[in-house]
Design a protein around this ligand. Structure first.
Ligand SMILES: Cc1cc2nc3c(=O)[nH]c(=O)nc-3n(C[C@H](O)[C@H](O)[C@H](O)COP(=O)(O)OP(=O)(O)OC[C@H]3O[C@@H](n4cnc5c(N)ncnc54)[C@H](O)[C@@H]3O)c2cc1C
Length: 198
């Protein structure tokens, strides 16, 4: 595996859980990656809007909720809250996603229990519309960091057969949603590798 950010680590875990030996090599160790300093809130942002990215996001939601100790109550309380942080570092936080201009409801809203539109009085000043929901939030390094959000029209999560018989797998281009898509993409890539190898 090349890379020790969330993409490389989740893919490595999926392969290790399937019984494969995994060697991870990276220029930067986990705590010095963009992943370690990202906002780390579940919710697709600056990434392809498609059925497959929605599927990856919902698959990751289930995994992060499991790591947080269970799905949140279907009706999040009024006022932003964050539950105590379990040892996994993943907790469920509730709050408002607000927009200053007319914005479409996120694609995943209907599949996310407890998602609801805000009444006008719940919005911060200057915001036109918003939604209240609970989502996993991953504890991250506190500090100043400059990090890119490399994005492409479509996330590259696929395998390529190289001349000579090697299999090269890609898992990158998640834009502002690498945490949100992490477990979903990792499981898909791991499934491809396991199918090829076993
Ligand atoms: C400010 C900010 C806020 C964000 N907030 C969120 C959020 O709230 N929710 C969310 O889902 N996403 C968020 N993101 C996006 C998310 O952080 C990224 O999509 C995700 O971290 C990408 O993970 P990655 O593992 O692909 O890459 P990285 O974390 O960048 O890790 C890349 C790894 O590959 C290694 N590597 C790279 N090139 C080489 C090479 N040539 N040789 C050897 N090793 C190499 C690096 O050293 C590193 O170990 C945010 C991003 C930013 C910048």
């Amino acid at each position: 595996m090349i890379g020790a950010g969330v993409s490389g680590l989740t893919t490595g875990i999926c392969l290790a859980e399937a019984g494969l030996g995994v060697l991870i090599r990276a220029e930067r160790p986990p705590h010095r990656t963009t992943s370690a300093a990202a906002g780390a809130l579940w919710g697709a942002h600056l990434v392809e809007a498609s059925d497959r990215s929605e599927g990856w996001a919902l698959r990751t939601l289930a995994e992060l909720e499991r790591l947080a100790g269970g799905a949140p109550a279907s009706s999040p309380p009024v006022g932003g809250t964050a539950s105590a942080v379990p040892p996994t570092g993943v907790r469920i936080a509730s709050g408002v996603l607000a927009a200053r201009t007319q914005t479409a409801q996120p694609r995943w809203a209907d599949a996310h229990g407890g998602f609801r539109a805000c009444a006008a009085g719940e919005l911060p000043a200057g915001y036109k519309l918003g939604w209240r929901f609970s989502a996993p939030l991953v504890d991250k390094v506190v500090g100043h960091r400059v990090g890119p959000r490399p994005v492409r029209p479509k996330v590259r999560a696929e395998a390529q057969h190289l001349p000579g018989g090697s299999l090269l797998c890609y898992n990158y281009g998640h834009g502002g949603a690498g945490i949100t898509l992490s477990w979903g993409c990792a499981r898909d890539i791991a499934d491809v590798i396991i199918t090829e190898l076993l």
